[in-house]
Ligand binder design. Sequence first.
Ligand SMILES: NC(=O)c1ccc[n+]([C@@H]2O[C@H](COP(=O)([O-])OP(=O)(O)OC[C@H]3O[C@@H](n4cnc5c(N)ncnc54)[C@H](OP(=O)(O)O)[C@@H]3O)[C@@H](O)[C@H]2O)c1
Length: 295
Amino acid sequence: MKKILIVGATGNFASHVARELATLGDIALRVTSRSEKGLAKLSKEFPHAEVVRAEWTDRDSLVKAFAGVDRALMITPDLTDEAVVVPNTIAAIETSPNFDLLVRLIAIPPITADEMTEEWLNTKVGTAAHWVAKDAFKGSDVPIAYVNVSAWTAYTLPWLCGEAIRTRREMPITGDALRNWIVESDASELMAKMLKEGSDPHQGEEYIVTGPEKLTFPDIARILSEELGEVVTWVDSSDSYESTAGDMAEALAIYTRYSAMHGHKQPVTDTINKQLGRPATSLRQYFRNNLHLFK
Ligand SMILES: NC(=O)c1ccc[n+]([C@@H]2O[C@H](COP(=O)([O-])OP(=O)(O)OC[C@H]3O[C@@H](n4cnc5c(N)ncnc54)[C@H](OP(=O)(O)O)[C@@H]3O)[C@@H](O)[C@H]2O)c1
């Protein structure tokens, strides 16, 4: 039975991956959190898993977390210093002799090195952090496969705009562009499948995942209005960044500007269909399944 490590299993994507793996079965699961609260939550949700503390910036904790595992998931939160965290991860994997696959989430649209500016890199948000991470893995012997979530993720909407939608029927978000969106459970189901199947056939692959269509913010407000049965109005405002993203607000605003500039370059892909044998979930379906987040 393969042992699979999910670092940060309380996270938006990683919690889906851990649940999916627990459902697939025939896997020994090790899940991590940094907090007592997170550890208690994971122990309750995954009674058959090993629950341990791990911190990407603490090499010793990673070495312990990776000890004896065959595969692992690496999803780092925005603002991570990948120049520190990737070498820590490589060092931890080197201590685990049976290790055969690291599944790493990135979000990099088709851009050139010239288009990746210092200003963008300094945000350490999304593409900027992942650009550094991908570079830091080059030349290592880590057996790796990337899931390139080159799309904005559905959970961003309740996170940034949930309260305004619920209380004022407004969707305050800035940086409108015709861009890809994906529902997090789709990308997570693919990551779980890769972890279950292992290095053959996934090592060395980069799967670019998107939802079924590109949408603007007004498109999204219209679809949500139709599903709620009440008009939700898109407001071009970064107010939601300040109230929800806190310290990250400024970096997020810069990131959004670059995302609007480059995100449209990524065509819609059929990776979810090819890998999971079913169409990618639409944002309409996501709203329908999660109306309580917006009511
Ligand atoms: N929002 C979007 O539209 C979008 C689209 C594509 C890609 N992405 C990318 O997705 C990634 C974030 O994914 P997510 O939202 O699933 O992450 P997340 O929920 O913010 O974080 C995942 C988990 O990591 C753990 N964690 C945080 N800091 C840690 C540290 N220093 N060491 C160890 N564990 C740590 C946390 O768990 P504990 O607190 O329990 O330890 C957290 O639950 C980012 O790289 C982002 O750029 C986002």
